[in-house]
Design a protein around this ligand. Structure first.
Ligand SMILES: Nc1ncnc2c1ncn2[C@@H]1O[C@H](COP(=O)(O)OP(=O)(O)OP(=O)(O)O)[C@@H](O)[C@H]1O
Length: 247
């Protein structure tokens, strides 16, 4: 079976700066894959390409086998993403925003209302359900973005640093949601800077460095941080030794 999400030897530069260099990754249905790497490593660029926000210079992104830039409607409805700014109209309330996201992903009125109520509960947004999104704190706006990305029970989800603004309770809430999505068969690609958190949620941890996939870490264990730095150091050593060794 072909992967739900895939980047196949994708390269992209912004002017002289190479953001992605022959970057390949797959995420299967039911799998949570986490991208970790330093600031500027290329994680967001990879996710923006999968979300159809950016067309790569070279290589092939695939979402259920389709190019993300021109997804047929029935495929787009199976996809959810939180990359760049969260989906949220400032004048709509939390509940209205989530319901609007559900409608945009093809749910009928009744199903959208029901799904919005479920999502409000899942993201622990009840106290703010009737608050306009412009009045939300940063963390609650992030929860709203996650709710909007997942309300329609997507089969593939891309979440760029979904817990960066969350309090410890929010981190647990989002972790549970991600695991629930995967348990019902969704493919999830998530990025984070927190190795401990990633270790608890991911089936695979992919290390991104200088626009390339340089290794994988097994989730669990106590020395994840040390192993991360070893993978990055090895990649730097290979690159300093020259292009042939770096392959
Ligand atoms: N719109 C842009 N214009 C110019 N350069 C960009 C742009 N977007 C990203 N870059 C550059 O591409 C590289 C990869 O950036 P990217 O945002 O993908 O990294 P990241 O791994 O998500 O970093 P962070 O952890 O800080 O979010 C960086 O060198 C960045 O400066």
């Amino acid at each position: 079976m072909s992967p739900a999400l895939e980047l196949d030897r994708v390269s992209h530069s912004f002017g002289a700066r190479t953001a992605l260099d022959q970057f390949s990754i797959t995420v299967d249905s039911g799998e949570v894959v986490a991208l970790i790497g330093f600031n500027g490593a290329g994680k967001t660029t990879a996710m923006r390409i999968l979300a159809g926000r950016l067309r790569p210079d070279r290589g092939t992104p695939r979402l259920f086998g389709h190019g993300p830039g021109r997804l047929p409607g029935h495929v787009a409805r199976r996809f959810g993403q939180l990359v760049d700014a969260p989906f949220a109209h400032p004048e709509l309330t939390v509940r209205e925003n989530i319901r609007a996201a559900a409608r945009l992903h093809g749910l009928d009125r009744t199903s959208a209302t029901r799904a919005a109520s479920t999502a409000v509960g899942q993201l622990a947004l009840e106290p703010w359900a009737h608050t306009r999104s412009r009045a939300l704190s940063q963390g609650n706006r992030q929860r709203l973005g996650i709710a909007c990305a997942t309300v329609h029970a997507p089969e593939a989800v891309v979440l760029d640093e979904p817990t960066s603004a969350l309090d410890p309770r929010g981190v647990v809430v989002v972790r549970d949601l991600i695991r629930e999505c995967a348990a019902r068969g969704a493919a999830i690609l998530v990025s984070s800077h927190h190795l401990d958190e990633v270790s608890r949620v991911a089936d695979r941890i992919v290390v991104v460095h200088d626009g390339r996939v340089v290794g994988q870490l097994e989730p669990g264990g106590t020395d994840l941080e040390r192993r991360f730095f070893e993978v990055v150091h090895d990649a730097d050593t290979r690159s300093a030794a020259g292009p042939e060794v770096a392959q």
